[in-house]
Design a protein around this ligand. Structure first.
Ligand SMILES: CC(C)(COP(=O)(O)OP(=O)(O)OC[C@H]1O[C@@H](n2cnc3c(N)ncnc32)[C@H](O)[C@@H]1OP(=O)(O)O)[C@@H](O)C(=O)NCCC(=O)NCCS
Length: 197
């Protein structure tokens, strides 16, 4: 009989009509980092940054597509193809040129957003390459995407996060997201899968 590993996940939501918790307002990027708005020709770059950001992370076990470049390309095509794809909530961050030759054309972080059938903003994947974490880029991406949803007319935004992903859960809470539901995601068990329960 096939065995499954069950990963606890939270659906978290935020009211876009209220300021983010802590009155954050705009969240600037660190000096030298730049915003890159969505363009169709950047689909592969988003996929590359996504693959780099999720490599060796728990979410690439929970969602195996996140663990390979091909999988991330497929995900990006699926996101781009959704009727509610929201370019204003979809951004890349370009690293400082002086930092040397980054892969992915110098881009170091990605976020994508979709407006769902209820008119709510759905954060898809947010990822920052490991070398650039802890500098406020993840938070800046979220604030930028939430502003994009609000500009597109959404009143609420939501996402799902693996409960064990403490940095991400903490980041979302800090931005005013609150847990509204607990979900268990079944993943076919592999011998190498050690996380989850
Ligand atoms: C989650 C992720 C996007 C955070 O990006 P980041 O640029 O490092 O985050 P920031 O520097 O903007 O930090 C924002 C907040 O996140 C939380 N945080 C970030 N790193 C943390 C860590 N190692 N431990 C605990 N909390 C952490 C903190 O609350 C932080 O706010 P603070 O600095 O005021 O305490 C990044 O760790 C990542 O890409 N992880 C892999 C992909 C992933 O899991 N994405 C989320 C899927 S739901």
């Amino acid at each position: 009989m096939r065995k499954f590993t069950y990963f606890k996940r939270y659906r978290m939501e935020v009211d876009l009509r209220l300021p983010p918790a802590g009155g954050l307002g705009p969240a600037p990027l660190p000096p030298g980092f730049l915003w890159v708005p969505w363009h169709d020709r950047l689909l592969d770059t988003h996929a590359e940054v996504k693959a780099l950001s999720f490599a060796d992370e728990l979410d690439s076990v929970v969602f195996p597509s996140l663990g390979s470049l091909i999988g991330c390309r497929d995900l990006m095509w699926a996101i781009r193809g959704r009727p509610g794809f929201c370019p204003r909530a979809t951004w890349l961050v370009l690293g400082p040129a002086a930092d040397g030759a980054w892969p992915a054309g110098g881009c170091v972080a990605t976020i994508q957003g979709v407006i769902d059938e209820s008119g709510h903003g759905a954060i898809q994947n947010v990822g920052v390459v490991s070398e650039c974490r802890g500098r406020g880029i993840g938070r800046a991406l979220l604030v930028k995407a939430l502003a994009g949803f609000a500009a597109a007319g959404a009143r609420r935004a939501f996402l799902e996060v693996t409960a064990q992903n403490a940095p991400a859960v903490r980041m979302y809470r800090g931005l005013g997201f609150r847990c509204t539901r607990t979900i268990y995601k079944a993943v076919p068990a592999r011998e190498s899968v050690g996380a989850g329960s």
